[in-house]
Design a protein around this ligand. Structure first.
Ligand code: S3P
Length: 462
């Protein structure tokens, strides 16, 4: 896809302001009930990986249900710069003609990942295992995010950063390993991005590499490695962790990928239906991977009426239609060990907790500080702006719910963070006064259809 196509896909996705365009503020206010059936876009994590696996296998990989959000389009551009032919055949239907492990081209230009932590970090792994050099960059949000956590293990494999911004940040120039060496690496924090970067780099090393995680993180890379024919074993490690062993230099064979609907995007219509009185919404075909549905589990503990209907297999994952009805929620204690299974969902959970009765305590949120924004601070500020009682104690967030009532009336600073924007727009659909967010442009990174979809359900956003 060339620059013109990129533009077209963005426009088709309803996006009218790029990263560097003027901010697009918006308000949400309480109106009628939310009702109807919707399907959210393809999973962002799997969409990035689908394009990368296409690049790393020789021949044609067909992808359906691809998320055409800006983050994923950046990964498509990077895959092309590294030698793949990437074509859009129709809505969500893409074809990648890859070059295979060991045969990547050195990109001529900077790989610009925009807002995308996942795209940039996974591709650093891919480049890190190959004897090529590439410059990585991103927007102001991505330039603040830590990359040392990726560079450290890549160094063990033989890569090094020739240039980097202070503290191991973008922009950076990465020289991949001339002869990648296999590693055994334990990730310092539960992170699928670190794990995946190591596995992608280790693909081009001879022999076996092992990644150990003390707490299991999302397993899409492991599942796709197996699906594309790599030799990979996954064993338990301690009570919550995993030990993943990969045999390097496989010949990955192209396989079709059907991307299931993103549970992290589904979080927004789900929470909206729970807090807007009288609502009855069905979110179709949501991926129910156990490492992704901590939010559903937590909401159910809070008393949410969420029924999973028609469980079935799609694209190697269990999916279900989730029927969600307005519910009187009560506060709960969310254990820290659940964080990896709902790491992107805390802003949405904080909104649900604001409408619950009693206190919700979310423990162990340190990783929230290094997302697209410092999400712990951004959520706390958004709650404060809208009259929600809360406290941050160390890495824990405590929200004191208003038993169905939230004052609203505030303007929330989104800090280039799509999930902050969507969460507080959802809050506005049920609060006493409207909630404003300062910029909705970044919603297009992960969920371009969010605003039209919420309007179709009956939400008053504008
Ligand atoms: C992702 C992993 C998570 C998550 C991100 C997507 C992935 O990040 O927050 O949105 O696709 O691997 P960490 O690995 O930093 O926890």
């Amino acid at each position: 896809m060339g620059a013109a196509d990129h533009e077209t896909a963005g426009m088709m996705a309803g996006h009218d302001a790029g990263h560097h365009g003027a901010p697009v503020p918006m308000q949400a206010r309480a109106g009628g009930i939310l009702q109807g059936r919707v399907r959210v876009s393809g999973d962002k994590s799997i969409s990035h990986r689908a394009l990368i696996f296409g690049l790393l296998s020789v021949g044609e990989t067909s992808v359906t249900g691809l998320l055409e959000g800006e983050d994923v389009l950046r990964t498509a551009d990077a895959a092309r710069a590294l030698g793949a032919t990437v074509e859009r055949l129709g809505a969500g239907h893409w074809r990648v003609h890859g070059v295979g492990v060991g045969a990547l081209l050195a990109p001529r230009d900077t790989l610009d990942f925009g807002n995308a932590g996942t795209g940039s970090r996974l591709m650093m792994g891919v480049v890190g295992g190959h004897p090529i050099t590439a410059r990585f960059d991103g927007d102001a949000s991505l330039r603040k995010r830590p990359m040392k956590r990726i560079l450290d293990p890549l160094q063990l494999i033989g890569a090094r950063a020739l240039e980097q911004a202070e503290g191991g940040r973008l922009p950076l120039l990465l020289e991949g390993a001339r002869d990648a060496v296999p590693v055994t690496y334990e990730t310092p924090v539960p992170s699928a991005q670190i794990k995946s970067a190591v596995l992608f780099a280790a693909l081009n090393a001879p022999g076996r590499s092992t990644v150990i995680e003390r707490e299991a993180s999302r397993d899409h890379t492991e599942k796709l490695l197996a699906w594309f024919g790599a030799e990979i074993t996954v064993a338990p490690h301690g009570e919550l962790g995993r030990r993943i062993t990969l045999t390097g230099q496989p010949e990955l064979r192209p396989r079709p990928i059907a991307v299931p609907a993103d549970p992290s995007s589904a979080a927004f219509p789900i929470v909206a239906a729970l807090i807007v009185p009288g609502s009855d919404v069905t979110v179709e075909s949501v991926m129910m991977n156990p490492l992704r549905i901590g939010l559903i589990e937590t909401l159910r503990e809070m008393g949410a009426d969420i029924v999973a209907l028609g469980e079935r297999e799609e694209g190697g994952e269990t999916v279900a239609d989730l029927r969600v009805r307005y519910s009187a929620l009560k506060g709960v204690n969310v254990p820290a060990h659940r964080a990896p299974a709902m790491i992107d969902e805390y802003p949405a959970l904080a909104v649900a907790a604001a409408f619950a009765s009693g206190e919700t305590r979310m423990n162990g949120l340190h990783e929230l500080r290094v997302k697209e924004s410092d999400r712990l601070a951004a959520v706390a500020d958004g709650l404060a702006a809208n009259g929600v009682e809360h406290a941050v104690e160390g890495d824990d967030l405590i929200v004191r719910g208003g038993e169905g009532r939230v004052a609203g009336g505030g303007t929330v600073a989104t800090h280039m963070d799509h999930r902050i924007a969507m969460s507080f727009l959802v809050m506005g659909l049920a609060s006493g006064r409207p909630v404003a967010v300062d910029d909705t442009a970044f919603i297009a990174t992960s969920f371009p259809d969010f605003v039209p979809m919420m309007r179709r359900l009956g939400g008053d956003l504008g």
